[in-house]
Ligand binder design. Structure first.
Ligand code: SAM
Length: 195
C-alpha cells in the first residue's frame, strides 16, 4: 500500500508565503531585486517570475554567497537574467532607476551553516529600505522575512516594523504574517505595497 504524500507545511514558512504572494504581483519582463542573495533560492524564484525578458538584481556582502547563488542560478539556466552585486543592499539605488522595480525581497539574518557574525544589521537594512522606497514602482511590493529569535535579529525586526508602520501614513498597505504561541520568537513575514 502506498503511503500518503507529505502534506504541505501549515501554516507555511514565511519564506514560502513570500513566494506565494509575490508570484501574484511580479509580471514577465519586470525588473526585481533580491536584497539578500544568500544561497540563491529567492534569486532563482525571482528569475522564474520575470522570465527571460526580465531582470533580477541580486545583492550580498559575502563572496561565498554570491558564488553559491550564481551557481544555483546557472544550474537553472537563468544566468542571463540575473546581475549579481557583491556589496551591501543599501547601495541598490546605484544600480537601478527610480520607480523601475516591481518587487524587492529581503530575507534578513545570516546564512545557515556560515559565520553568524555576517548578518544583516538594522542601520544598513533601514538605509536599504529607504533606497527600496525610491526604486519601487507605484504598486510595487516589498517582502521582508525577519528573524527575531536572536538578539540582533529582534532589534532589526523591531526597527523594520517601525519603519513600515510609519509608511501606512503615506498610503502604503502593510501586513504582518506571524505565528502565535511559539516558545521562541518565530520568523515572520512583512509584506508592503507602495500605493
Ligand atoms: N535569500 C537567501 C536564499 O534564498 O538562500 C537567504 C538569505 S540569508 C538568510 C541572509 C543573507 O544576507 C546572507 O547571505 C548575508 O551574507 C546577507 N547580508 C548580510 N548583510 C547584508 C547586506 N548589508 N547587504 C546584502 N546582503 C547582506
Amino acid at each position: 500500500m502506498s503511503s500518503a504524500p507529505n502534506p504541505p507545511q501549515f501554516p507555511p514558512r514565511p519564506t514560502s508565503l513570500a513566494w506565494s504572494l509575490l508570484r501574484e504581483v511580479i509580471r514577465k519582463g519586470d525588473t526585481v531585486i533580491d536584497a539578500t542573495a544568500g544561497n540563491g533560492h529567492d534569486t532563482v524564484f525571482l528569475a522564474e517570475c520575470v522570465g527571460p525578458s526580465g531582470k533580477v538584481l541580486a545583492f550580498d556582502v559575502q563572496a561565498a554567497a554570491i558564488l553559491a547563488s550564481s551557481k544555483r542560478v546557472a544550474e537553472q539556466g537563468h544566468e542571463k537574467v540575473v546581475h549579481f552585486h557583491l556589496c551591501s543592499h543599501d547601495r541598490m539605488g546605484e544600480f537601478a532607476a527610480p520607480s523601475s522595480i516591481s518587487a524587492i525581497m529581503f530575507n534578513l539574518g545570516y546564512l545557515p551553516g556560515e559565520d553568524h557574525q555576517i548578518t544583516t544589521r538594522t542601520s544598513e537594512t533601514l538605509k536599504a529600505l529607504e533606497a527600496a522606497e525610491f526604486l519601487l514602482t507605484k504598486g510595487g511590493c516589498l517582502s521582508i522575512v525577519c528573524y527575531p529569535g536572536h538578539e540582533a535579529g529582534a532589534e532589526e525586526a523591531q526597527g523594520v516594523g517601525h519603519w513600515l508602520s510609519n509608511k501606512t501614513n503615506n498610503g502604503w498597505r502593510v501586513a504582518n504574517y506571524s505565528m502565535l504561541g511559539t516558545l521562541r520568537p518565530a520568523p515572520f513575514l512583512l509584506m508592503a505595497r507602495k500605493e
